[in-house]
Design a protein around this ligand. Structure first.
Ligand code: MRU
Length: 345
């Protein structure tokens, strides 16, 4: 993206410096420092991942999460495989891709580094760094484009966490909100869902909004329809883990209910995501694999059992909202309708 760069190097570092949220990944001295997002906001702790196996474990166990950030972690995992365990590079790619199957960014980034590493193992590190740099730029463009939809005084609802803990820059959906306040100076307010069972909303999104001084009200997931029905929300913006060619969107479970309610009450529903989240190889959302998480994440809370022994559990991490419920897609190339997705390059 070097020659098409929309921001100068100075602008990018100025923008990055505006965020008070700790960076989720730092690649340094042949190790990937990973912010353990499972213990945020209470504790800021980094672990050192020294091998691709440790990166895979960190992704699987949700230390690092969010579609673009999982992709960046996967890219650095491949860089570690190429430089420290080249004989197992193809196995590393397979294993890393298996850790979180829904977000397409992961397999996209892993395959991109694999292609380079097969010819030049040393090139894998710079390719991973390039993937990260591109993601910062894409995210800032998404944030800038999305901010144009947010008018002063608007009340925006978002779900899960799509900020700088989940993607480059200020993030994707949350990035639009942060840009509107921090860069464009608009007085806006946010409702964000707690996002059960992992609480990415209350633990991470509320933390990011507080860091940017955006007035935020936390709501139970199941209260979203009530707010929409009472016209307490002007705009819904969510991120995506994968968007099919027809515009169907896989995102954190609960997104489908939100999209249905927003459509019912005539509230605009936007999806913010980079080109790397669009999967042109699949026609519709029916082909998107939905990750199922372990039962413990649902039945054990803070070490306390919340359901009887032996309970049968279905714990999908994502759902798919059909394209006809989506008002528009906020991308680095602008805000587009579903019909334009096949023409994204
Ligand atoms: O299971 P997670 O926390 O990785 O899920 C994250 C989301 O669903 C985000 O909304 C999504 O990745 C898109 S925004 C970067």
């Amino acid at each position: 993206m070097e020659e098409e760069s929309a921001f100068s190097r100075e602008e990018l570092s100025w923008l990055l410096a505006q965020s008070k949220v700790p960076r989720p990944l730092i690649f340094d001295e042949g190790a990937l420092k990973i912010l353990d997002q499972r213990i945020l906001p209470g504790k800021i702790v980094y672990i050192d991942a020294n091998s691709w196996e440790e990166v895979a474990l960190a992704i699987k166990s949700m230390m690092v999460r969010g579609a673009p950030m999982i992709g960046i972690a996967g890219a650095y995992g491949m860089a570690l495989a190429a430089t420290k365990d080249p004989g197992n590079i193809e196995r590393a790619a397979i294993e890393l891709k298996k850790t979180r199957p829904t977000a397409i960014n992961l397999s996209w980034a892993v395959d991109r580094v694999l292609r380079i590493a097969m010819e030049n193992p040393e090139g894998a590190i710079s390719e991973a760094r390039e993937i990260e740099a591109e993601d910062h730029e894409r995210s800032f463009l998404i944030a800038k484009n999305g901010s144009s939809l947010i008018k002063p005084g608007m009340r925006v609802l978002t779900h899960c966490n799509s900020g700088s803990l989940a993607a480059g820059g200020f993030g994707t959906a949350l990035g639009c909100i942060i840009w509107a306040k921090l860069i464009d100076g608009k007085e806006i307010s946010v409702f964000n869902t707690e996002t059960r069972p992992y609480l990415q909303g209350s633990r991470l999104t509320s933390f990011e909004l507080a860091s940017a001084d955006v007035p935020d009200t936390l709501i139970p997931d199941m209260a979203a329809s009530l707010l929409l029905s009472k016209r307490m929300v002007d705009l819904v913006i969510v991120g995506a883990d994968r968007v099919a060619r027809n515009g169907d969107v896989a995102n954190k479970v609960g997104t489908l209910q939100l999209a249905i309610s927003a459509h019912h009450y005539g509230i605009p529903f936007y999806v913010a995501s980079p080109r790397t989240t669009f999967d042109m190889s699949i026609e519709s959302g029916k082909e998107i694999p939905i990750e199922e998480r372990p039962a413990e994440e649902l039945v054990i809370f803070n070490g306390i059992k919340m359901a009887p022994d032996g309970i049968s559990v279905f714990n999908p991490a994502f759902d798919v909202a059909p394209f006809n419920l989506v008002t528009g897609y906020i991308t680095e190339s602008g805000v587009i309708g579903a019909w334009k997705i096949p023409y994204l390059d």
